[in-house]
Design a protein around this ligand. Sequence first.
Ligand code: PEP
Ligand code: MN
Length: 339
Amino acid sequence: MIVILKAHAEQNKIEALTEQIRQQGVSIHYSQGQTETIIGLVGDTTHVDEDWLRANEIVADVRRVSEPYKLVNRRFHPEDTHITVAGRTIGEGSFSVIAGPCSVETEEQIISVARSVKASGAAFLRGGAFKPRTSPYSFQGLEGEGLRLLKIARKVTGLPIVTEIMSENQLDDFADVDVIQVGARNMQNFRLLKELGHSRKPILLKRGLSSTMEELFMSAEYIMAGGNDNVILCERGIRTFEKMIRNNLDISAVPIIKAKSHLPVIIDPSHAAGIAWMVEPLARTAVAAGADGLMIEVHNDPSKALCDGAQSLNPQQFDHLMGDIRRRVAFEEKTLEGQ
Ligand code: PEP
Ligand code: MN
């Protein structure tokens, strides 16, 4: 981090500032140029608050040269992280597909979808029990009953389950869930992220609708700072000016995550597309870009779905998608997890 001082800053104020910076555990490299005085902060600057520096009367500008996230950063952890869940691996040369309905609706529905996605090659079953809906009048999920039905579907099919948590108060209810999803709307629910940091559960962290990559990394950093290294990142589309797609799938998130972080990344083309016919072409890009997997919404009868029916594939469409993905994954010399 570099601190540029205002011209004519008084020496006693410079000394006071450098002493305060040193007290934060970083060393100082002082450089007096002809027109500018610059203080270089050397060491771990993740705890140094840029705004605190900017508020100082002798500071003209502050620039970060290294990223503010450390645990998520590939620089300090060059090897790829892979996460093992119920005997399945996410990352490390395997490609994992998580599939299932947006919401758990009935026992018959979740078992039927679980059976069909398993037969098509999905490695995990998804299904929302607690739904973050834009309208308070929309279906909010079956809540505790939804979790119970998901566990029945897991028992019937053997597929590990992925479901969304909305609040830290629900952690006990999620103790038996295989992967806890943090939805786009909760990506910056910092209290929730901190509590998930104290758990050892794998966390699927979805990127917020309008979040930058750095904000996504900082949210993952919250979980990892608590001691939980089992974080999977998920790109699910971001808001742009474009109206012909629900959210723009930011496929560049994959190479950025692979370059900047060691964490695995999966793509959710369903919430990006918002419409079923666009899901398969977007899903293909995930393999080509080097993602570690996909999350796909599948419903036994999308026209009757209580949530996100328009973007849900029916079992036949999902089976077609999996055939295509299987060939592409084999071409990339990866393993389709769960096969
Ligand atoms: C979901 O996975 O059903 C969901 C609500 O996703 P997102 O948080 O990405 O909108
Ligand atoms: Mn959904």
